[in-house]
Design a protein around this ligand. Structure first.
Ligand SMILES: NC(=O)c1ccc[n+]([C@@H]2O[C@H](COP(=O)([O-])OP(=O)(O)OC[C@H]3O[C@@H](n4cnc5c(N)ncnc54)[C@H](OP(=O)(O)O)[C@@H]3O)[C@@H](O)[C@H]2O)c1
Length: 300
């Protein structure tokens, strides 16, 4: 397939590009710096400033699929008003422009979304049947509008999947930012440690994307989290174990905030989320269903 990817130079994107290349797809990417992206990924790349420019026409030629991953990183510092706007617009305005520019050859639009669409409080278990409220918190508003923009492509008969991604474990993302804390032995539970952490191994997340790309049953929102979410205290113990570091000192919330900025809320809130559609509707097979095996794979 001819695939156009945004955010391809990021943590998830570079793993996805590697797999799609192995599977012999033809890839082009959109980046803020096309030259750097092309050198990094070894595929044709186009520079695009989503705020000031329309999508470059060459990037869209003969494209059958768009995979939209780009967005200002949530954990790159304090959420000033300006960064909040950038976090929002780099996802939503870009999605709007991609949908508006989609060529007639387009068959599928895969768009990142996040577990932040769920409330992150209380003891309820959430799956894709959750009715997203009109007035939620900041993360809910971002994810809701991101999904709405992507869903507009459906009026043109194009299949759309929004991948509501949990905390991705791999050589990037939140885990990379938390490692220094854990290496100091300070990665113990935050608060009472009972909050739920919806994780997914990068290998499985890439498989969700590549399967959703080809299997036309995939449609609408899809939770990409392992079938066995874990409480933060058990995550801390398992990670401390593979790193051979004790994890019994409580990590103060401010340390997480230092490492993750306001994105620390994603580790401090409680997200008990299950992958109902992946498991029951599509029969997706995870490679890593249990956290200890996932961490051993990443660290040993
Ligand atoms: N990693 C996770 O645990 C996780 C969980 C849930 C959802 N997600 C979502 O999945 C998507 C990919 O995640 P990731 O971890 O791979 O992200 P990432 O490593 O931060 O990469 C995102 C990419 O987006 C582009 N980008 C960054 N800031 C931008 C800005 N201000 N304007 C335009 N483009 C910008 C960059 O590409 P260029 O430099 O080439 O332009 C960057 O490589 C994101 O939308 C993220 O919110 C990730």
């Amino acid at each position: 397939m001819n695939i156009l990817i945004t955010g391809a130079t990021g943590f998830i994107g570079r793993h996805l590009v590697q797999r799609l290349k192995q599977d012999h797809h033809t890839i082009k990417v959109l980046s803020r710096d096309g030259v750097r992206a092309s050198q990094k990924l070894g595929v044709p790349a186009y520079s695009w400033n989503y705020a000031t420019e329309e999508v470059p026409a060459g990037a869209l030629e003969n494209i059958q699929m768009i995979i939209h991953l780009m967005g200002e990183n949530l954990a790159n510092g304090r959420w000033t008003n300006q960064r909040k706007r950038e976090i929002y617009e780099s996802r939503i305005i870009s999605a709007r422009k991609l949908v508006a520019a989609a060529p007639p050859s387009l068959e599928c639009f895969l768009c990142a979304s996040a577990i932040g669409i769920y409330p992150g409080q209380g003891g309820d278990i959430y799956d894709e049947s959750y009715a997203v409220p009109e007035h939620g918190n900041f993360m809910q508003a971002i994810c809701r509008d991101w999904e709405k923009e992507a869903a507009n492509i459906e009026s043109r008969g194009v299949r759309r999947v929004s991948i509501r991604t949990g905390i991705v474990l791999g050589d990037g993302g939140m885990l990379a930012k938390l490692l220094p804390i854990f290496k100091l032995g300070l990665g113990g539970p935050v608060g009472d440690g009972r909050q739920w952490l919806p994780w997914i191994h990068i290998h499985d997340l890439v498989s969700v994307y590549t399967t959703a790309a080809l299997d036309t049953r995939y449609q609408g929102p899809v939770n990409a989290v392992s079938p066995n979410p874990i409480r933060y205290r058990d995550f801390a113990t398992a990670l401390g174990k593979v790193l051979h570091r004790p994890a019994f000192f409580t990590a103060p919330a401010f340390m997480l905030k230092l490492a993750l900025g306001e994105a620390a809320a994603l580790a401090l809130n409680s997200y008990h989320i299950v992958p109902t559609k992946l498991m029951q509707t599509y029969g997706f097979e995870f490679k890593f269903t249990h956290l200890p095996a996932a961490l051993e794979n990443l660290f040993e």
